[in-house]
Design a protein around this ligand. Structure first.
Ligand code: GLA
Length: 391
């Protein structure tokens, strides 16, 4: 598909594109709901991505075409409004909005958007859309923003324009991902460490299991989890624990009576998950996939019981994985409430594992899940097309 994007751009706009940009989706190996709690995460970029072709216009019009949805959008740089009807356009409008807020000297553009990340799957299509657009515009208009600034701009678009109070993980990994590596990120200091993910050498495969359940509750429930975990932190602060990274289960236990049960469990998840991320980094550095798998299972249990962001379809992945000898570990990935999960499975057993899950889902009357055997890919990039490509 990617090769036919230039001819497609010409067909839509009757002119040539100037810049190609792309940004990947992600899986989060472990460290869920810890980013906005300024803790640790361990995501990896996928070989699935969103691509944009853009060219400058002489006026202030932004014209867009999405090949996946076969829809267009058009707006003026001087009037960037939120669209109630069309969700996808807000991620792009949000990018133009933040760049205008930054005082950038922009012109209108013609833009073509295409991607192979399954929509609404929990694999971060929205961050990939935002990051690919900000990257492309950065190159097209010589804005000179360093990569971390692009992460911040994309997140600001999502927080303030789209209105989702997400943490920094998705935009960060979409910009900074590296092939065959996971990125250990401290979401407070933004210090990172690349962690090898030597799956092929071990004969393992990451299987993405997409439940097909739309994350409708996610918006409001996500924000509620944010507020519950910060309520717990307020109580921890009273005894001098300033951040989750400094808290321990022993300290938390002492404050149990001062917290509502749900608030207590939210904090217990954040503290235990931070500890699991650090252990997972050590496990991956030693290629200890048994330990890594065990941490994935335990992360799921905590997300299910303490953070309460799982659903029966995601629990099925965990339960099937637990009983399947060639599955090292499995858990929900991303915000939860539907979306996708990941499992670490031996290559030769992947087909049997998927079969088992399909049957179990059918017996339970669930929507038929979908599977993707993903690889760990590169972070975002953008460049001017050369004459050869445009010939
Ligand atoms: C979503 C958000 C991220 C993160 C995860 C949960 O993917 O966009 O910032 O909070 O949920 O870990």
């Amino acid at each position: 598909m990617q090769n036919s994007l230039i001819p497609l751009f010409r067909k839509v706009y009757d002119s040539s594109p100037e810049v190609l940009s792309q940004a990947p989706g992600r899986i989060n190996i472990i460290g869920e709901h810890t980013d906005y709690n300024l803790g640790y995460v361990l995501p990896a970029a996928l070989n699935l991505k969103n691509a944009c072709l853009v060219s400058r216009r002489q006026d202030d019009k932004v014209r867009l075409w999405t090949e996946n949805l076969k829809q267009k959008d058009e707006f003026s740089l001087h009037q960037i409004a939120f669209s109630e009807e069309n969700k996808w356009v807000n991620y792009i409008r949000g990018i133009f909005w933040v760049l205008e807020e930054e005082g950038c000297d922009l012109q209108g553009i013609d833009g073509l958007i295409w991607g192979d990340i399954p929509l609404e799957s929990g694999l971060s299509t929205s961050a990939a859309l935002e990051v690919s657009m900000v990257h492309g515009l950065n190159t097209l208009f010589n804005l000179d923003f360093p990569p971390l600034k692009m992460v911040e701009l994309a997140r600001k678009a999502e927080n303030e324009f789209v209105g989702v109070q997400c943490g920094i993980m998705d935009q960060f990994i979409s910009v900074f991902g590296q092939e065959n590596k996971a990125v250990f990120l401290d979401c407070e200091t933004l210090d990172t460490k690349l962690v090898p993910f030597r799956l092929k050498e071990e004969g393992l495969q990451v299987v993405v299991y997409e439940t097909g359940v739309r994350r409708e509750l996610a918006g409001s429930e996500y924000n509620r989890r944010r507020s519950e975990s910060s309520q717990a932190l307020e109580i921890l602060r009273k005894i001098g624990v300033k951040k989750y990274k400094d808290a321990t289960q022993d300290i938390l236990e002492k404050l149990k009576d001062e917290m509502d049960d749900a608030v207590f469990r939210r904090a217990r998840h954040v503290i235990s998950e931070n500890a699991r991320v650090k252990k997972a980094v050590r496990a991956m550095e030693k290629d200890d996939f048994n330990l890594l798998g065990d941490l994935l299972f335990r992360s799921h249990e905590s997300l299910r019981d303490d953070y309460e962001v799982s659903c029966p379809e995601l629990d099925l992945l965990y339960e099937t994985g637990k009983k399947f000898p060639a599955c090292y570990g499995a858990r929900l990935t991303g915000a939860g409430f539907g979306g996708s999960g990941i499992a670490l499975v031996k290559n030769q057993e992947v087909t049997a594992f998927k079969q088992e899950l399909l049957e179990n889902a059918k017996n339970k009357g669930f929507v038929q899940p979908r599977f993707y055997e993903v690889e760990v890919g590169e972070g975002a990039g953008s460049r001017f097309l050369d004459l050869e490509e445009l010939r």
